[in-house]
Design a protein around this ligand. Structure first.
Ligand SMILES: NC(=O)c1ccc[n+]([C@@H]2O[C@H](COP(=O)([O-])OP(=O)(O)OC[C@H]3O[C@@H](n4cnc5c(N)ncnc54)[C@H](O)[C@@H]3O)[C@@H](O)[C@H]2O)c1
Length: 451
């Protein structure tokens, strides 16, 4: 027993030293929107990284210095490969070669809107046989408070190794905002929680090497709760502004102008913007992780659920506005109308269409008998998704004057910066603008309907 403890003290001391000297080798599991930029940040800061993914095509692309994420250029992958400090693999057995394991796998919802922990569980099961004394394991996936201790610790301790003694466990939420050029890993502070003070100290040192700052919190649970709080805050405020939009619209007030003026207040107000609904892998999903966990404590999360209802009703609301506009302008209905969805990504300047409200709008329009096309410079073709199978295989059409002339209405769902909105309005008879993308268009404003 004494010798085991002595070994553990040595392991801990060694790991701390290796983190400080950047000799610690980092394994990142899940090389998606979160894991790949994280790998880049560590490599860029002199650490060696071994990336793991079950998707062989991603691993092969990385090996060939190709990127599969639009805003991460292939040159960045080549740069990582050229350092000789980055490798990607599908072989979890290589986890034994690393000192620190960071998990960045998906945490979606099931079709009953409950946390789908299958990726976290299968990843932890895959780590278990390769877990060794001295490993530091950190979860970055967004999840409900309690996951790291209840799920990861339970599974990993089945290896016979003990948390806090043989291996160490931490949690650090990812705050990456894909496509946001103003904030990257090195300009966003990182929140960290550890299972014990030594682990917390190691997490602080590790993330301190790549982040703008580190915010240590009292427990892993607290760190898990921080991430959910941030995303619930967004979801609730977006719902609020979506509701205000509807009220102000009826009163003949432009909600966008209201927000512009309100944000001149230097305190007590933060702008959120309305839109066609919520999208992406975080805001529509994460709040419901807390809702689910709160039920275990006999508490219902009414704010979260109300925000969810308002936000998910927005696509239908946009379709109603479109129908009103078609009727008002051309005395026609949706059936047989040729419609162009402009921007199907869930937000501007990204190639990510997960949970995108544009897809929901396209489906409703098709059900109502409209002929639907789309243009998105970031998404040439709609890939298969569980929820929108019937849209799979659709291809982006060209956004030429000739194509626009054939269209009855353009619906702007994602306001990509590369689109020329003057050109769109110039060549379209009706534009439904859900993002205020046409704010700077001066000619033919009578063709624009804000929605
Ligand atoms: N995308 C974002 O903007 C964002 C921001 C903050 C937090 N998050 C959270 O980060 C986590 C990851 O999100 P993401 O957007 O990077 O997901 P993603 O789908 O882009 O990437 C996840 C990757 O994990 C891989 N994977 C799944 N199971 C695996 C396993 N057992 N072993 C190895 N690889 C496996 C997948 O093949 C995929 O490449 C989620 O919990 C998400 O909520 C995402």
């Amino acid at each position: 027993m004494t010798s085991i403890n002595a070994n553990n003290v040595l392991n801990l001391k060694q790991l701390k030293e290796d983190i400080h000297s950047k000799k610690a080798k980092i394994g990142i599991i899940g090389l998606g929107y979160v894991g790949l930029p994280l790998a880049h940040a560590f490599v860029n800061n002199s650490f060696s990284v071994l990336g793991f993914d079950i998707d062989e095509s991603k691993v092969n692309k990385l090996k060939n210095s190709q990127s599969y994420i639009k805003y991460i250029p292939a040159s960045q992958i080549a740069e990582m490969n050229n350092t000789g400090r980055f490798q990607a693999t599908v072989d979890h057995a290589q986890l034994r070669e690393v000192d620190i394991i960071i998990i960045c796998v998906p945490t979606p919802l099931t079709k009953h809107r409950e946390p789908d922990m299958s990726y976290v569980v299968s990843t932890t099961e895959a780590i278990k046989p390769h877990l060794k004394s001295g490993h530091l394991v950190i979860l970055e996936s967004t999840t409900y408070p309690g996951t790291t201790e209840e799920v990861l610790k339970t599974i990993l301790e089945k290896s016979g190794l003990i948390c806090g003694q043989d291996f160490f466990l931490g949690y650090s939420p990812e705050r990456e905002d894909p496509g946001n050029i103003n904030y990257k890993i090195n300009t966003i502070p990182k929140v960290v929680g550890g299972d014990d003070p030594d682990t917390l100290e190691m997490c602080v040192a590790l993330y301190g090497a790549i982040a703008a700052g580190v915010v240590p919190v009292a427990s892993i649970k607290t760190a898990e709760a921080v991430k959910l709080t941030e995303n619930i805050f967004r979801s609730v405020n977006i719902a609020l502004v979506n509701e205000l939009k509807i009220v102000f619209e009826k009163m003949g007030i432009d909600v966008w102008e209201v927000i512009e003026a309100a944000k001149s207040k230097p305190f007590g107000y933060m702008p959120f913007y309305p839109g066609p609904g919520l999208g992406g892998h975080c805001i529509p999903i994460d709040p419901f992780y807390l809702t689910w966990k709160a039920h275990e404590y006999g508490i219902s999360t009414r704010f979260i659920e109300l925000a969810g209802q308002i936000n998910t009703s927005m696509p239908l609301r946009i379709v109603q506005r479109l129908a009103e506009a078609l009727d008002e302008r051309f005395s026609r209905g949706l059936r047989g109308a040729k419609l162009l969805i402009l921007g199907i990504a869930y937000k501007k300047n990204v190639d990510d269409m997960r949970e995108s409200p544009a897809l929901e709008i396209m489906e409703i329009l098709r059900e109502r008998g409209a002929e639907v096309f789309y243009y998105d410079p970031f998404i040439p073709e709609i890939e298969k998704t569980r929820e929108h199978m019937e849209l799979a295989g659709m291809k982006s059409i060209g956004c030429t004057a000739e194509e626009l002339k054939k269209i009855d209405a353009v619906i702007i769902c994602a306001d990509h910066d590369s689109v020329d909105y003057n050109f769109i309005v110039e060549n379209s008879s009706l534009v439904i603008d859900t993002r205020n993308a046409t704010k700077a268009v001066n000619h033919h404003r009578e063709r624009i309907f804000k929605a």
